[in-house]
Design a protein around this ligand. Sequence first.
Ligand SMILES: Nc1ncnc2c1ncn2[C@@H]1O[C@H](COP(=O)(O)OP(=O)(O)O)[C@@H](O)[C@H]1O
Ligand SMILES: [Mg+2]
Length: 395
Amino acid sequence: MADFSFQPTGSIFEEREALLEEWTPDKLVGRDKELQQYHAALQPVIEGETPSNIFLYGKSGVGKTAATRFLLTRLEYDAEQIAGLDLHRIEINCDGLNSSYQTAVALVNELRDPNNQISNTGYPQSSVYEFLFDELDKLGGTVLIVLDEVDHIQDDSLLYKLPRARSNDDISDVRLGVIGISNDLSFRNQLSSKVRSSLCEKEVSFSAYNATELQEVLRQREEVAFQNGVLDDGVIQMCAAYGAKDSGDARQALDLLLESGDIAREKNADLVTEEHVREARERLQTNQVIEGISNYSTHGQLVLWSLTILAKQGETPARTREIRDPYEQLCEQEGTDPVSDRAVREYLAELKTLGIISSTQENRGKGGGKYKKHELEQSVESVREGLSELFEAPV
Ligand SMILES: Nc1ncnc2c1ncn2[C@@H]1O[C@H](COP(=O)(O)OP(=O)(O)O)[C@@H](O)[C@H]1O
Ligand SMILES: [Mg+2]
């Protein structure tokens, strides 16, 4: 048996943590234009004026949250040097808070003592807003409320009330500014015009990173995360190029660099090489497939599971109608009615588009017509892993 004892290698990484999600750099690179606009939009705060409501948008991983933390930390620091300027920041991530009501409750609880919290039920919406405005007035000074991933809030009400609280006399003793952040580009356009005009007084759009900007981001982390000189020539360029091509998402590029380092360490290599990056990318793509499968519809998954059973038995490529048998058995086992042949064919076509299976057209020869054969494009293990979120013990 292989040796499974654990020994620190102390190789490759200096501080691996610096590549993880939680780590915030104290300097942001490659975002000069965005930071300048954002900085200007925050200027009224330091002048002691009523803050503008600011709306940030751009795809995920383009630095919106990081830029907000960076600038607000800086702003708080500079505000402390100014007599009479009393600045508070409240930051909330709206992922998981699906309504104005839940978000308002979360804000109230953020503002209140731990022993004076309110529950997510039991108060009419208007009372929750009253609690919120009371707490804000009590706090006084200047308050910036950051609503990160604000597109998760399904209804307009809070986004209407909060930016207008002062003009509607809901609050009187506090200068309030709302900073809304959205990953969903269409969110802004779906807002009613009266909400948009108050929530989006100043807008900053964050573009996707290009390869040059991603290189800057990656080099900055390299210094902290890796030991000197362990990244082979071309590794950073390659991660940045893939990152820019895929999505321009800094998180994805950082994940790729991290996985590459992990692979180098697994192989006891002295250097992280381009080969490691290629392998890392394949692994991460497999993970994405797994995630794709686990978010897929139940019958789509059952069809895939059927094909996986056939693959395990060495019976693939399999014809569409050969998939029917195991599929019907699985439906029975899971207590659900099978969908039509046509629907199964549609699921197979979708699975093909997702890159999970491949299908080839076969001709039966003279007058025999055509039929399709399907097989897995991914390993049985990774498909199985994706399916296991929905089913107890697939395959
Ligand atoms: N300009 C940058 N410099 C350094 N790190 C960055 C930069 N932009 C993004 N990151 C890092 O990339 C990840 C994603 O950024 P984040 O601000 O969370 O994106 P968003 O909020 O737009 O989805 C974070 O780990 C962040 O630290
Ligand atoms: Mg974010």
